[in-house]
Design a protein around this ligand. Structure first.
Ligand SMILES: CC(C)(COP(=O)(O)OP(=O)(O)OC[C@H]1O[C@@H](n2cnc3c(N)ncnc32)[C@H](O)[C@@H]1OP(=O)(O)O)[C@@H](O)C(=O)NCCC(=O)NCCS
Length: 332
């Protein structure tokens, strides 16, 4: 069987070939149909998106996508990518197609990060030389134990709903309807203070958190004395809240504890019982623990592949601020 490996032409090729492969692989297609336009075409750097496909006589037998994931590590910009939508048609499995796609991507992309939603794919990546990013497990905080018990016992309670905002003395938590220049100014002030962080700007934030076709996020600015001092992004699922992004000024000694306390207050007032929060940066995890979070065993199986002399640094999650909002497993 002759398989040709080539880049899918996102500008001119009919996307139906990828959609058909997705349907054959996963069965469920509705969410993908809603998501793919947003992910591949509306992304602010969509020109950098790529899909490597395994083509068998014009039929797409396998595919592996990569989206731009630029990082700032030790003060240097790094053009990393993250893997998404890795799939091989059931008729073509166990012939090494995914191994070949992984190898070709690893040879052509400078650095690849991936979250492994499937054990087979995770195994394949580790076998290939991907390194696990650590720490890599979820953190959890019980906000309202009695309310949690009531929900467990199916005692009817109002569904949570994000409140409009919070005000306390000189502080205000204000929902963001659109990220503007104030975000870019804030980013310019804080980004270089992190040992490592994924690079964002207002267009990325608007795309990522305010235009997803079916995931609803609530971005919130923390304003102190009229100045933007930190922000977070949350998503609700039943009585659970997921904190998927957070930014603060690393030089402020009260942070990130101060922002974590506001997040807890905001989410509790919104009616949530518990918080899940995935983040790797050591300082942030310590602050979470000081503020009532515990570590869970679950991990999104976050891995990285890159040059041998840098992979240790790139896998050191304790020194790079990664959040759930990065990469795809959160928005699939
Ligand atoms: C996971 C998935 C992408 C693997 O694709 P694949 O092309 O079958 O993968 P490969 O053939 O490269 O490797 C799979 C296994 O076949 C083995 N293999 C490779 N070539 C082989 C051959 N010629 N003969 C027999 N076995 C072979 C590999 O060693 C590997 O073994 P392992 O699972 O014991 O480690 C595919 O099963 C899939 O699409 N699954 C559903 C979608 C999914 O979960 N995607 C991942 C989302 S993170």
């Amino acid at each position: 069987m002759e398989i040709k490996y080539r880049q899918f032409d996102l500008k001119n090729e009919d996307f139906a070939g990828i959609t058909a492969l997705f349907e054959a692989t996963y069965g469920e297609i509705d969410r993908f149909k809603k998501r793919y336009r947003w992910q591949y075409f509306d992304h602010p750097q969509s020109g950098l998106n790529r899909i490597l496909v395994a083509d068998h006589e014009g039929r797409i037998a396998g595919a592996s996508s990569h989206l731009p994931f630029p990082l700032l590590v030790d003060g240097r910009r790094l053009e990393a990518f993250y893997a998404s939508d890795s799939m091989v048609h059931p008729d073509y499995r166990r012939r090494g197609i995914m191994e070949t796609l992984t190898r070709l991507n690893a040879e052509s992309l400078p650095v690849i990060y991936a979250k492994g939603t499937n054990p087979g794919m995770y195994r394949l990546r580790l076998k290939f030389g991907f390194r696990e990013v650590a720490p890599n497990n979820y953190m959890f905080c019980m906000l309202a134990p009695i309310a949690w018990l009531a929900a467990k016992m199916k005692i009817h309670r109002k569904q949570p709903a994000f409140i409009d905002g919070l005000r306390a003395k000189k502080l205000e938590a204000r929902p963001v309807n659109r990220f503007g220049d104030e975000f870019d100014e804030f980013w310019a002030e804080i980004s270089s203070k992190y040992p490592g962080i994924s690079i964002r700007d207002k267009s990325y934030m608007n795309w990522r958190y305010l235009s997803h076709p079916f995931k609803k996020y609530r971005p919130v600015y923390i304003i102190e004395n009229g100045r933007l001092v930190s922000l977070f992004v949350a998503r609700g699922e039943g009585y659970s809240a997921y904190v998927v992004d957070i930014l603060w000024d690393c030089e402020n000694k009260d942070e990130p504890s101060k922002t974590i306390r506001i997040i807890k207050q905001y989410l509790k007032k919104s009616g949530f019982n518990k918080i899940y929060f995935w983040a790797t940066l050591k300082a942030l995890r310590l602050a979470m623990k000081r503020n009532g979070f515990i570590e869970l065993r679950d991990t999104p199986k976050f891995t990285v592949f890159g040059p041998a002399d840098r992979i240790g640094r790139l896998a050191d999650g304790g020194n790079i601020h990664f959040v759930d909002g990065d990469c795809d497993s959160e928005y699939l």
